[in-house]
Design a protein around this ligand. Sequence first.
Ligand code: NDP
Length: 391
Amino acid sequence: MRVSVFGATGSIGESTFDLLSRRDDITTVALTGGRNIVRLAEQARALRAELAVTAHPDCLDDLRAALAGSGVAAAAGTKALIEAAARPADWVMSAIVGAAGLAPGFRALAQGATLALANKESLVTAGPLLMAEAARHGARILPVDSEHSAVFQALAGEDLAAVERVIITASGGPFRTWTPEQLRRATLAQAQVHPSWSMGQRITIDSASLFNKALELIETREFFGFAPEQIEALVHPQSIIHALVGFRDGALMAHLGVPDMRHAIGYALNWPERRALPLQRLDLAALGQLSFEPPDPDRFPALRLAREVMRIGGHAGAAFNAAKETALDAFIGGQIGFLDMAHLVEATLDALLTDTALTAPVQSLETVQAMDQISRQTARALARQLDFAGH
Ligand code: NDP
């Protein structure tokens, strides 16, 4: 099987690398990364990749030097990422973080590859486009987000018409029990420690604000096509149940497992087979109990905003994600406080409501990217205007 990994140096990329390293029936076509050139070159040498690509042209000399004598070709930049996605491969991991992951995954679909989709932003910003492109080229998208992989597995062999509801779980993040006043003062250091999952910095902070769960509600809608009212989020601090599917006969099918992304990645890699994976097995007796609670929409407004995005449709997902990424940058940069992120995203969506492009149906990558840019500019302007001094 010919395999490429986009975002190979990240958290999902490393878990994918771990699984690929254990196989002897894999040919690695392309590995891509950002600024972690040392690691990208190590992976490319270990997997004997044909090509390694960094997203940053200023890193190309370092990449070439790190790959000297290895036989692995080096390239850099956005165009090189797209060209790498066009190289024939059977299975492509989409694990670049953020909206930058959309275009390479989209291009991989055009060659009929199976796209293992960790980059949830692709479905949030351009769901209809991505699903139509896959259908047009006979390509398959397999969800790698743990909740969506769990729903996909719970639905195997089932009639979609018999599904009443889908429940995706959320750990609740490090601030699950915090008061609004504590949340207002939450620091970057506190927000980037996740209680149950080990993930990249950005998704970890999104988990603390529940923006990650907001993206996942939209992702569920776009991937499976369920109505927004059928999709629920449930706080489950142990992160053992990843999702549940409720059927019209009252049955609720849950997917359980240790919080280790190699399960969802391995499932997508081996699908439709189930092969052995090097994961710790769940000991329910040792766990003793699992707990659940409803998410609090007042302390965590991201889920309410996701519902608004699903109601608006069109390019609202692209606007929402870009505003969220801008707000996250501002929080990481110390310009705004933790709670200001949701305020800024909401203010950006409100400001864009008068723009007819927001509600226009998603038709091309270009319209999605244009909305992404407008939303980032609007969010940056609002961040300057709004009074976030009190954070
Ligand atoms: P990381 O931040 O750990 O890794 C991101 C990867 O993308 C790195 O390889 C990074 O390169 C690369 N990258 C960053 N910016 C760019 C860019 N502008 N262009 C091209 N490449 C870039 O992220 P995660 O692995 O945590 O997450 C990846 C995706 O998977 C996200 O969409 C996330 O929501 C999703 N996901 C992650 C989960 C997890 O457990 N981590 C679970 C479910 C979904 P470098 O580091 O070399 O700079």
